[in-house]
Write a protein that binds this ligand. Structure first.
Ligand code: CA
Ligand code: CA
Length: 574
């Protein structure tokens, strides 16, 4: 669902640096919402300082040795190590002294001014407050340093001006401005590169110098000469001179699958081992840059467009894989157009990066799955910020109109209802968060209230101890799902039909329990909020089964030539 500003721990640390980077103009800084980033910086600081404390504890090493060791665990080629050492140089001496004096992460981060207490407001804290109270603990900290506390943020502003940092800063800037840094040479929105919205997000381009060659198009002259639609099928059968595309794919109802979604659809996941002191090794952060360049999402394993075997636990099961198994002509025809934090309101902006040509391309199944952010936000006045039913209707109808002018005839739109997150609090609040497992001192309940205090709770309406508020949030989610249901019934379009499905939460939980699992295992351990890899795979299985039962025409017939295609074209290229 949300992760509005993509807060990975290290990314946060980078953000913290970038936000103060002198490469940003004043207007840009305004755009980037300096206040928001300050809150994420506090969350990042508390997480990183916790990790340092716990790593020292687990390995029985000094804080200084821990800091040096953790830096060497970062990817060496990326210069992140250099930045890490620089941070240690700047913050190290104070952090070492404070941690050795048994100050907890909340106190340390307030003392070094990365967490800021607003006048008249309480201190935001993840851990139980110090016995003597925050004011006394911070005063004590100050007395440990003759020079008093200083603000360091401005000293870091030069980082984005360093030549080796420029690229990373620019990419981050683009993302924060809601622009996708596509790495696509011929401009057809498909790429031969996996990350940065490349083929982890939409089918791999098999010719990135030719914009007329891309996944999803109807084959040019039956692909007798080249594979114009990148499905791995091309050439002519030497026995009879008939092109294989014509022989195996013509009339088989081949089609693509496209997701318009949020962070659940993109599969947001922060590896919990990143902050689990006992598990950290040289390997832990080796994929850090790759994860950041995918916005902390793993669409390659997701419910709708997963195509690689999961490396983050569980397994991959996706509508794309099932659709491919049904008809091998669909190979590579997937697009994951999702964004962390997306809602019905941002769908209209998102859909504009759809790559589908009415004249040249095959029909597509578009899954519209904004399953939470219309009711989930971090505002203290959360109910007011939720989407109203009439606004929902208008947002979705506008998006559908756009789709009608871009989708080839014979397409389908599947609207998925909102997930009912009312189970999250009951399931999670008394369980320990990965940061709290070592010393049994941080529960998800504490995490949620720390996030609320910082105003970065992804869902104030459900991740709260206030049962009345949770019920009101559920009520609104159900109203918004009814709006989608109503649209599916009443609206008619020229190029697609609409089918509505509830988000199958109950079925996912029931199926998981039947397999011997427990409900809490279906949520992301880092945020205690997002459906994880298990939930995503089961969701695909259930949605597919329902579609097959109720609307098999949406999926198209099974291709009788699948085994011939597999025999002649093997894996059809990866
Ligand atoms: Ca191309
Ligand atoms: Ca082809």
């Amino acid at each position: 669902m949300c992760w509005k500003k993509a807060p990975s721990l290290i990314f946060l640390l980078l953000l913290m640096l970038l936000m103060n980077g002198s490469s940003f103009s004043k207007d840009e800084l305004k755009l980037l919402g300096a206040k928001d980033n300050q809150r994420f910086a506090c969350l990042g600081c508390v997480s990183v300082v916790s990790l340092i404390e716990q790593f020292s504890q687990v390995h029985n090493s000094t804080v200084k040795a821990t800091l040096e060791k953790l830096c060497t665990y970062l990817p060496g080629k990326s210069n992140l190590q250099g930045i890490c050492f620089l941070l240690v140089e700047i913050y190290g001496p104070k952090i070492i002294k404070l941690i050795e004096a048994k100050m907890n992460a909340d106190v340390v981060c307030h003392f070094i001014h990365i967490c800021k207490k607003k006048a008249g407001q309480p201190y935001c804290h993840l851990y139980p407050p110090p016995k003597e109270g925050f004011n006394v603990a911070i005063k004590k900290s100050k007395e440990m340093f003759t020079t008093g506390s200083q603000k360091y943020m401005h000293e870091l502003s030069f980082i984005c001006t360093l030549p080796f940092m420029r690229n990373l800063c620019q990419r981050t800037e683009l993302l924060l401005k809601n622009q996708f840094p596509f790495v696509d040479l011929d401009g057809d929105h498909f790429s031969t590169y996996p990350n940065l919205r490349g083929y982890y997000w939409r089918g791999r381009d098999c010719d990135d110098t030719n914009a007329a060659v891309y996944p999803g198009r109807r084959p040019e002259a039956w692909d007798a000469k080249e594979d114009s639609n990148c499905n791995g099928i091309s050439g002519v059968d030497p026995k009879d001179g008939i092109p294989y595309e014509q022989k195996f794919c013509n009339g088989t109802e081949s089609k693509g699958i496209i997701l318009l979604g949020d962070s659940a659809g993109a599969l947001a996941h922060i590896p919990p081992e990143w902050i689990t002191a006992s598990q950290i090794s040289l390997k832990t952060y080796s994929n850090l840059l790759e994860v950041i360049s995918n916005e902390i999402d793993w669409p390659q394993f997701s419910t709708v467009t997963g195509f690689l075997n999961s490396t983050i636990g569980g397994w991959t099961e996706s509508l794309y894989r099932l659709l491919l198994r049904r008809n091998r002509c669909n190979h590579r025809d997937y697009q994951n157009i999702s964004k962390n934090g997306a809602s019905s309101g941002s769908a209209l902006h998102l859909v504009q990066s759809l790559a589908r040509n009415q004249q040249f391309d095959k029909p597509a199944i578009v899954i519209f799955a904004m399953i939470g952010n219309d009711v989930c936000n971090g505002s203290p006045d959360t109910l007011k910020k939720m989407t109203q039913p009439q606004q929902m209707r208008s947002n979705v109808v506008k998006t559908l109109l756009y789709l009608d002018s871009h989708l080839p005839k014979g397409s389908h739109v599947v609207l998925i209802g909102l997930a009912n997150g009312s189970f999250i609090w009951d399931t999670m609040h008394s369980r320990y968060h990965p940061l709290g497992q070592l010393n049994k001192d941080v529960t998800y309940g504490q995490l949620y209230s720390f996030l609320s205090c910082l105003q970065v709770n992804q869902c104030n309406g459900w991740m709260t101890s206030n049962g009345t508020l949770r019920n009101l949030t559920t009520e609104r989610a159900m109203q918004l799902s009814s709006v989608l249901k109503g649209i599916a019934k009443s609206e008619k379009y020229a190029n697609f039909d609409i089918f509505y499905m509830d988000f199958p939460l109950k079925e996912i939980i029931a199926m998981w329990q039947k397999m011997g699992g427990e409900t809490w295992q279906l949520l992301e351990p880092m945020d205690g909020f997002h459906p994880n890899q298990f939930a995503s795979a089961l969701e695909a299985r259930i949605l597919w089964k329902k579609l097959l039962q109720e609307r098999p025409d949406i999926l198209g017939k099974e291709n009788p030539f699948n085994s011939e295609i597999a025999a002649i074209f093997h894996g059809q290229g990866h």
